[in-house]
Design a protein around this ligand. Structure first.
Ligand code: SAM
Length: 243
């Protein structure tokens, strides 16, 4: 078993399938996903995310666990010169995003239908300008905390692949996960919190589209935290020299 396979076996806990896809969704999945799916390089290979797009984008932004893809699709529509990588192992969510890609003719999204950690490992140093981790599964029971996506290991991996000054955006509606996120991020040398004054992180920034998950959490009376961190300069691997 390769290192990547061991990692996948141990770390991916969410479900991959929900209700059965309708015939049209299934057909779209079979038609579009092979074209848009990101293939990982072999053990020794390297990947250049800009080469995933026919015209090299100005920057690459990455959404981890995009759910039904509402946020990703809206960001992609608002930033046509940016290339978007989206990770989501839940097939029904991928089907929902593919519908938006087709109906809105979005050319700038590529999909990794699996554990985001495998893609993080494959990306080159300092290749991402922005990363989104919105409402990651909170795993509230103490014995499940090790399943949480935010951890020292994933923050180390993000610090490696994010450019100096790149933004990391996180959201959660779970008070326990909020404390966990702050504990890990404030304790990590590569990230600086961009809180806009006391309580500013409780207001959704205008350029941060809401998802159905967020709307439900708000309806049910849960408070949302919108966290923005900056990748500090000089605390990680430098990008490989090209040419
Ligand atoms: C609570 S949902 C939130 C979805 C979406 N971000 C939103 O705001 O609507 C968390 C999502 O993270 C995905 N997920 C869990 N572990 C993941 C991993 N290791 N890599 C990528 N996605 C993951 C799940 O499949 C699920 O769709």
């Amino acid at each position: 078993m390769t290192e990547r396979q061991t990692q996948k076996k141990r770390l991916l806990y969410g479900r991959r399938h929900g209700h059965r896809l309708r015939a049209g969704q299934q057909a779209r999945l079979e038609r579009l996903l092979p074209e848009l799916a990101i293939a990982l390089p072999g053990e020794e290979g390297a990947m250049d995310p800009k080469k995933l797009f026919p015209k090299p984008p100005d920057d690459i932004w990455f959404e981890i666990g995009f759910g039904a893809g509402e946020h990703l699709a809206q960001q992609a529509a608002s930033h046509p010169a940016t290339g978007f990588l989206g990770c989501e192992p839940f097939v029904n969510g991928i089907a929902a995003l593919l519908r938006a890609i087709e109906t809105e003719d979005l050319q700038n999204i590529r999909i990794f239908p699996d554990d985001a950690r495998a893609l993080l490992t494959a990306l080159p140093p300092q290749s991402l300008g922005r990363v989104f981790i919105l409402f990651p599964d909170p795993w509230p029971k103490k014995r499940h905390h090790k399943r949480r996506f935010v951890s020292t290991e994933t923050l180390d991996a993000l610090a490696r692949v994010m450019k100096e000054g790149a933004e990391l955006r996180l959201a959660t509606d779970d008070a326990g996960y909020l404390r966990w996120m702050l504990f890990h991020l404030l304790g990590h040398a590569a990230f600086a919190w961009e809180a806009k004054g006391p309580g500013g992180w409780r207001e959704r920034p205008a350029d941060w589209p809401a998802t159905r998950y967020e709307a439900k959490a708000t309806r049910e009376g849960r408070k949302i935290a919108y966290l923005r961190f900056r990748r500090r300069p000089g605390k990680g691997e430098k990008p490989a020299k090209r040419g």
